[in-house]
Write a protein that binds this ligand. Structure first.
Ligand SMILES: Nc1ncnc2c1ncn2[C@@H]1O[C@H](COP(=O)(O)OP(=O)(O)OP(=O)(O)O)[C@@H](O)[C@H]1O
Ligand SMILES: [Mg+2]
Length: 348
């Protein structure tokens, strides 16, 4: 059973929008499975999209987070720490279709929560406690809160974690809970640097930093034998907003492709297994990179309305102050093909 973290250390690459589209489509195409989205970003953007988008989605998320025992990641993490156990998922997650009828019945959400940011210092303190001899190591225990959640789930589940770009403790928890990474990448120059940073944060640098090398997530995870998810796919997220520069027409720059391929050549075990191992750059790109073209108006309006793209019909839709945004059939078809292209690369 796989759990995918959608993460890139760079902000705004499309993590939350991709989480929304991929999780809803994956649920539609796999009606016999249960799909859980765990939103470990305090912005809670993917939760808001999943729960209806726009103001409606925001209101639903606030409703969940403001319950006396929050039905959110904050409620779940608090319960785990207070009980020193594995919380009952049903007490904190929701079946999405009970709040947003557009969504398939097999989609579940452990909602994001703005209070995750307020909780982070306490979570850090808890992880950094001096281990009491004979008791569980606090750093490992805290970092494996979502690993234990995953191991408790049966094989019928697939999990998607939406994340925050910063490598804060809640991002570390998502990474530790996941088995695989989906890395949205843009075509701009900073994406190569972001890919480099991603590997350095997960695995450390060689040689380690002379002063801080021992204090990193990578060093602590390695010392404790915590498993790090493998890179499953880099998703070249192609926004038309970047089309200004000719080179940016490609979803993926050559520099980013080279960076990724270089990582693969030196450490293939950091990437998820394929039936036939890639033996050259092109085979590597075919196996590990997928292009997600611009969602165009249909995809953006679908997310705004919290409606899976497959349920959109050619029509005029209200978006913010514009009551009549036109979505046509060809946009829907093209957008859906783009999402399906990614979804078919996601394994159970
Ligand atoms: N393929 C796409 N086509 C068109 N617009 C897109 C696409 N992907 C993302 N966007 C738009 O880009 C913006 C940023 O996307 P999103 O919020 O998903 O990024 P993020 O990586 O989750 O950001 P953060 O790092 O802040 O969490 C949103 O307005 C979204 O609608
Ligand atoms: Mg986001």
């Amino acid at each position: 059973m796989q759990a995918y973290a959608i993460w890139n250390n760079k902000g705004g690459t499309g993590k939350s929008t991709i989480s929304f589209h991929i999780a809803s489509r994956f649920a539609e195409l796999n009606p016999n499975r249960k799909i859980l989205v765990v939103d470990l970003c305090p912005q809670a953007n993917s939760s808001m999209l999943i729960l209806g988008g726009g103001l409606a989605g925001e209101k639903e998320v606030l409703g969940l987070c403001s319950q006396s025992i929050p039905k959110s990641v904050v409620g779940y993490i608090s319960n785990a720490i207070l009980s020193r156990g594995i919380p009952k998922l049903d007490n904190f997650s929701i079946q999405v279709s009970t709040l947003n009828k557009q969504m398939p019945d097999n989609l579940f959400l452990l909602s994001g929560d703005g209070n995750l940011e307020l909780m982070a210092p306490a979570l850090n303190d808890e992880a950094m406690r001096t281990p009491f001899p004979g008791l569980a190591d606090p750093w490992k225990w805290v970092h494996e809160i979502f690993t234990r959640m995953r191991l408790e789930l049966s094989d019928e589940w697939t999990v998607f974690f939406d994340t925050n770009p910063s490598f804060s403790i809640y991002t570390e928890l998502a990474v530790c809970g996941a088995t695989r990474l989906l890395v949205p990448v843009n075509a701009d120059d900073s994406s190569r640097v972001a890919v480099k940073a991603l590997f350095a944060l997960l695995y450390g640098t060689n040689p380690p930093h002379q002063f801080f090398g021992n204090y990193t997530f990578a060093a602590r995870a390695l010392q404790r034998g915590i498993s790090i998810p493998t890179v499953h796919l880099a998703i070249g997220n192609r926004f038309t907003q970047y089309k200004g520069a000719a080179a940016a027409f490609a979803a993926f720059s050559d520099a980013t492709a080279d960076q990724l391929h270089g990582e693969f050549t030196s450490s293939p075990q950091r990437f998820s297994n394929r039936d036939a191992p890639a033996t050259n750059r092109q085979e590597f790109l075919d196996a590990y990179v997928v292009e997600l073209r611009d969602f165009n108006t249909a995809g953006v309006v679908a997310a705004h309305l919290g409606t899976p793209l497959s349920k959109m019909r050619q029509d005029y839709y209200p978006v913010h102050s514009d009551p009549d945004v036109k979505v046509n059939k060809s946009q829907i078809t093209v957008g859906l093909q783009a999402i399906d292209n990614v979804v078919k690369r996601i394994e159970l």
